[in-house]
Ligand binder design. Structure first.
Ligand SMILES: [Zn+2]
Ligand SMILES: [Zn+2]
Length: 318
């Protein structure tokens, strides 16, 4: 099958999967009352899913993996080249998932690496799109380690789009606000039930449920947390225990230097910049305004009233 045809098939499956998950979230929600256009929806869709993914794909494949591939001779390392494609996919699925489990666990342990991961935990309302919210550095590290071996070890070119499709489908599934029970299968495959707990603001899960696709890692390494009931439905029960910027660029700046957005608003240039995005968005979305989440469009000057506190996880590490 040509690569083009395969891309058409994987894209079609992805679109159908998005429609299926969105419908599922409306029919059987895990957390009641979550709006479709929830807080941060447009940041996740426009900045993280579309713009960031587009540029990081170019950076990772063309400027990191390609030079490594061309400057070194990998022919003697290409041991997967003659395996059936299904076995190659399974091999990279399992090995990368184990890596991501270990790295994710480290990100929750290390104060330094936490700065590259807190963005992923910053959403107070978690749904199918929330998995896309990941810091630039986190994506560069994880996707380079994911795709470089596929290319360098001589896998079939079909493995990349198939693996990328499975990543996207699983990412949406484990973050989806759906009430689903997988029975005994939940000891092997990750579920929204387990991963939504990982996004809850409870000290019990600051160091638990690190799995992405296979929950078996959490069970094997003793980090599973599955109390059998959902977290509370209040704002403070979800996301980070401290105030976090709402703007994409501010979120990345915050990982380098802690600051209080509210205080920056005293600078005219910052206030103008900060209100520009909600103003444009508000204008573009005026036809759908009745569905649009007010919180996302409101300048922070009107909504943020708390000060930065240390994350309980950071306190534990001290
Ligand atoms: Zn995490
Ligand atoms: Zn997540």
């Amino acid at each position: 099958m040509s690569q083009e045809k395969l891309l058409t098939i994987t894209t079609t499956i992805l679109v159908l999967w998005v429609i299926f998950i969105i419908t599922w979230e409306r029919v059987s929600p895990y957390r009641k009352g979550l709006k479709f256009f929830r807080e941060g929806f447009w940041i996740d869709l426009v900045w993280y899913t579309l713009i960031q993914s587009y540029f990081l794909k170019i950076l990772i494949f063309d400027y990191i993996i390609a030079p490594i591939q061309h400057h070194l001779d990998w022919s003697s390392f290409q041991f997967v080249a003659h395996w059936p494609i299904a076995v190659q996919v399974l091999f990279f699925l399992v090995t990368h998932d184990l890596y991501i489990y270990l790295f994710h666990r480290l990100q929750h342990r290390s104060k330094f690496l936490w700065r590259t991961h807190e963005a992923h935990h910053s959403g107070k309302e978690v749904d199918f799109l929330s998995g896309s919210r990941s810091h630039i550095i986190e994506i560069i590290i994880n996707q380079t380690i994911e795709f470089a071996p596929i290319i360098l070890l001589g896998a079939d070119p079909a493995v990349i789009p198939i693996k990328a499709l499975l990543d996207a489908m699983f990412g949406m599934f484990i973050h989806a606000n759906v009430n689903v029970k997988l029975g005994k299968l939940k000891y092997i495959l990750n579920t929204p039930e387990l991963h939504l707990w990982h996004h809850a603001n409870y000290i019990e899960v600051f160091h638990a449920n690190f799995a992405t696709k296979f929950s078996i890692w959490d069970h094997l390494f003793g980090s599973a947390y599955d109390p059998g009931h959902p977290p509370g439905n209040e704002r403070e029960n979800w996301g980070l225990g401290y105030e976090y910027p709402r703007d994409y660029f501010m979120q990345h700046a915050f990982s380098v230097k802690r600051f209080d957005e509210k205080k920056l608003l005293k600078y005219k240039w910052f206030e103008r910049y900060y209100n520009l995005r909600p103003a444009i968005l508000s204008l573009l979305l005026s036809p759908w305004k009745k569905h649009y989440s007010k919180t996302d469009a409101t300048p922070p000057s009107a909504t943020i009233d708390t000060t930065i506190t240390t994350h309980p996880q950071e306190e534990i590490l001290q």
